[in-house]
Design a protein around this ligand. Structure first.
Ligand SMILES: C[S@@+](CC[C@H](N)C(=O)[O-])C[C@H]1O[C@@H](n2cnc3c(N)ncnc32)[C@H](O)[C@@H]1O
Length: 230
């Protein structure tokens, strides 16, 4: 099942305009990584391009959307950096050589609908990392109060859409007026930790934000940095 409608590639720069704080965080991780760099669900290259520029290295970018990959291609060319873009499903990640850093920004793992989809992804990541490599990602801390407040609200920008909150399916849908849909399934902290457990990964750090704030009661983002179990 594909839960990212290609229609969301249209005006993706506007959909993602509020998300900027993550870029220096992932750039910093990439600078410390000694070996291949891989972004899962690379989108339009929003993060991969600054990573490639800062490190002077090529970033392998995996995505399923033709529209997003096309934008990544032209954005990289305009920025004068090299991305190795591959149309593939992150659940079936296969690399030619083990990576030093695999990262997945902007809550993209939440587009995977089931725990089994995430387990497959985490297992593929664990199998694709160097022994000293890292896997980093961020997802939002689910807040029912925010979800309730947003449920049913219609917004005009970047394109007219409505937010829906499904309690039994633990899912938020962004539904464009023309019917295109992007869905996010939230996970609890324990679910993310459970995925690490079954995939043979360990937490190196779990932050509550991109400035490496400690996770506390006020945190609304999980920022994970993990590594293969030793
Ligand atoms: C919110 S965007 C994130 C793009 C980019 N990483 C960023 O930070 O701006 C989500 C991306 O996930 C991709 N995606 C969703 N499910 C995927 C899957 N199973 N395999 C590969 N890409 C997927 C979509 O095509 C889309 O480009």
């Amino acid at each position: 099942m594909i839960t990212w409608d290609d229609a969301f590639a249209e005006r993706y720069d506007q959909w993602s305009a509020h998300m900027t704080a993550d870029v220096p965080f992932y750039v910093d991780l990439a600078r410390q990584a000694n070996g291949p760099l891989v972004e899962l669900a690379v989108g339009n290259g929003r993060v991969a391009i600054p990573v490639a520029r800062a490190t002077g290295r090529q970033v392998i970018g995996i995505d399923l959307s033709d529209g997003m990959l096309e934008q990544a291609r032209s954005n990289a060319a305009a920025a004068g950096v090299q991305l190795d873009l591959r149309k593939a499903d992150i659940r079936e990640l296969v690399l030619d050589e083990p990576a030093a850093l695999i990262y997945c920004p902007f809550r993209s793992l939440m587009h995977l609908p089931t725990w089994a989809d995430r387990r497959r992804t985490f297992e593929r990541v664990a199998a694709s990392l160097r022994p000293d490599g890292s896997f980093a990602w961020n997802v939002f801390v689910f807040d029912h109060q925010i979800a309730v407040r947003n449920d049913g609200t219609h917004q005009d920008r970047p394109v007219p859409h409505t937010l829906h909150y499904s309690v039994p399916e633990n899912r938020i849908d962004i539904v464009r007026d023309d019917g295109a849909r992007s869905s996010l399934w939230w996970g609890t902290k324990n679910e993310w930790l459970g995925l690490l457990d079954v995939a043979g990964l360990d937490v190196e750090a779990l932050y509550g934000g991109f400035a490496r704030e400690p996770l506390d009661e006020t945190s609304r983002e999980y920022v994970f940095v993990t590594r293969p179990r030793r």
